[in-house]
Ligand binder design. Structure first.
Ligand code: ATP
Length: 239
């Protein structure tokens, strides 16, 4: 792995009086899929929000190719190639599928590249193509997740931040979404994947971090984490 592509250095983040991240260190190499695991409230979403500029650190920082991201506005971070598909499939319910996708391209004006990416998204998620005119609020949960990922891809990311893409989906859809994440990664996109579905995430990932109440508890290769008795007991259903 090439070191320091994306790096969180001694990152502390607060919500008013409560510190949610207590000085975490995370490194992501170019081309990796890195899983961030942990129980509810561990700080996984906060970590992604801080990378994409929605939250600002109280100390430490986020660096992309050695340059600070935490001093930039979120639209500037998108422009650098870091896009976020947030938890809860935050699609715009009253807009169509196509309008939602168009919003993902708001920082870009290269029409040819946009058309190429749109075509790729429709290959990845043919259901979206069939439903371009449908209101996003009437899509199924799985389709909304596809749309949330598709919208993030419209930003032409180098790094894709995925928050709980499997949340609330039937197992067959989880597999399909994870297959798509693998394909996105094979197209050269580095992925940071926050997941409660630890086993599926580790099967896909190169490396993983286990968080516990605002700290990194364990960091290792995904293969080693799958074999780690502590991880098995706490996050893989004891198997
Ligand atoms: P989950 O899997 O439940 O989404 P998480 O690991 O993503 O959990 P975060 O959402 O990052 O965890 O939350 C980390 C901590 O920060 C929690 O203690 C949470 O209560 C707190 N927190 C999150 N959002 C806010 C907020 N808007 N205001 C105050 N505290 C918050």
């Amino acid at each position: 792995m090439s070191e320091h592509y994306l790096e969180l250095r001694d990152l502390r983040v607060r919500y008013d009086n409560v510190e949610a991240l207590h000085g975490i260190n995370v490194r992501v190499g170019k081309g990796e899929i890195v899983a961030i695991l942990g129980a509810n409230g561990a700080g996984k979403s906060t970590t992604l929000k801080t990378i994409s500029g929605l939250m600002k650190p109280s100390d430490g920082g986020v660096y992309f190719k050695g340059k600070p991201l935490h001093t930039l506005h979120s639209h500037e971070i998108v422009r650098l190639g870091i896009t976020h598909a947030p938890e809860g499939r935050r699609v715009f319910n009253t807009l169509t599928v196509m309008e939602n996708l168009d919003l993902g391209a708001f920082t870009r004006n290269d029409k040819e590249r946009t058309a190429f990416i749109l075509n790729w998204i429709f290959e990845l998620f043919p259901r979206l193509k069939e439903r371009v005119e449908q209101l996003a609020g009437t899509l199924s949960g799985g389709e909304q997740q596809m749309l949330a990922i598709g919208r993030a891809l419209m930003g032409d990311p180098k790094v894709l931040l995925l928050d709980e893409p499997s949340l609330g989906l039937a197992p067959i859809l989880v597999r399909s979404i994870f297959d798509s994440v693998r394909e996105i990664n094979e197209h050269g996109v580095t992925v940071i994947l926050v997941e409660q579905n630890a086993r599926a995430a580790l099967k896909l990932a190169t490396r993983g971090y286990v968080m516990e109440v605002g700290n990194i508890l364990i960091e290792n290769s995904a293969a080693a984490l799958l074999e780690d008795p502590e991880v098995q007991k706490a996050y893989l259903g004891g198997s």
